[in-house]
Design a binder for this molecule. Structure first.
Ligand SMILES: [Zn+2]
Ligand SMILES: [Zn+2]
Length: 258
């Protein structure tokens, strides 16, 4: 199975998976970019499209791709999409690209956001998590509560540590700058930032990330730890009285972070 992050717009990735001739595309915001890629890979056929949530930068290419390829679209039952789609919800499974995908509801960024996880024979598992989990960060809370997002991230964090995390945006360097502020003594953040700076300088993606690495560097997966809480306390001067409140304060801090 081959995994390709196809860059689109300023900082999106459209993840493309293929084994043999079948291609699975994830969140194709730009349909033409996918058609161009398919043209450069003769013999491959777009069979399935998976959508994590309804935002236009993830769904803008659906109509063009369905019209041009006849691909089947799967997406959240609870969100409107611009084309007819097979509705999915938490706990369901679907077969695509020769893999068995587990559907996980991860509300927070949007109310009906889904993530997809699959084991891959002889390779590490793959997580398609849209705008819920980013390397070093997480999505903004447009439709969900901090408690919902925290719970969603906790579910993703419990997946196997070797999982390859396919995020929908290249936000890693900005996230890691914030991670340094949120955990000034975390040497893993500094080391990972150095690696990602080298990758970006060569024009390479910092993704997929390893879930095990995220557990060490991502403050939004670490908001239960004293190190993160201490930095948050000195930043806000407030004491939070629940995990969800800590998470909410951390997200607020990041929203205003330059
Ligand atoms: Zn989004
Ligand atoms: Zn997005």
């Amino acid at each position: 199975m081959q995994l390709t992050p196809l860059p689109a717009f300023a900082d999106n990735y459209i993840w493309l998976l293929h084994s043999q001739q079948q291609v699975l595309a994830v969140d194709p915001g730009d349909g033409q970019a996918v058609l161009d890629w398919l043209q450069q890979h003769p013999g491959l056929r777009l069979e399935t499209i998976l959508v994590t949530h309804h935002h236009p930068d993830h769904t803008g290419g659906l109509a063009l791709l369905v019209q041009a390829t006849g691909a089947r679209v799967w997406g959240p039952a609870a969100e409107p999409l611009p084309v007819p789609h097979s509705p999915l919800s938490d706990g369901q499974h679907l077969q695509a690209c020769g893999l068995d995908w587990q559907v996980m509801a991860v509300p927070g960024h949007t109310a009906g956001h889904l993530a997809y996880w699959a084991q891959v024979p002889e390779q590490a598992p793959v997580l398609l998590c849209g705008d819920t989990l980013f390397s070093g960060g997480c999505g903004r809370l447009f439709e969900g509560s901090p408690a919902q997002m925290l719970h969603s991230l906790q579910r993703l964090a419990a997946l196997p540590a070797d999982t390859r995390v396919c995020c929908a945006h290249e936000y890693t360097l900005a996230n890691l700058r914030f991670a340094r502020a949120a955990e000034p003594d975390n040497a893993a953040v500094v080391a990972h930032e150095a690696l990602c700076l080298r990758l970006r300088a060569q024009g390479l993606p910092t993704l997929p990330a390893r879930l095990g690495t995220e557990l060490h560097i991502n403050p939004f997966l670490r908001s239960h730890l004293p190190s993160v809480r201490a930095a948050l306390h000195s930043q806000t001067g407030q004491l939070a009285d629940s995990d969800a409140q800590v998470f909410a304060q951390l997200r607020e801090w990041k929203n205003g972070f330059q």
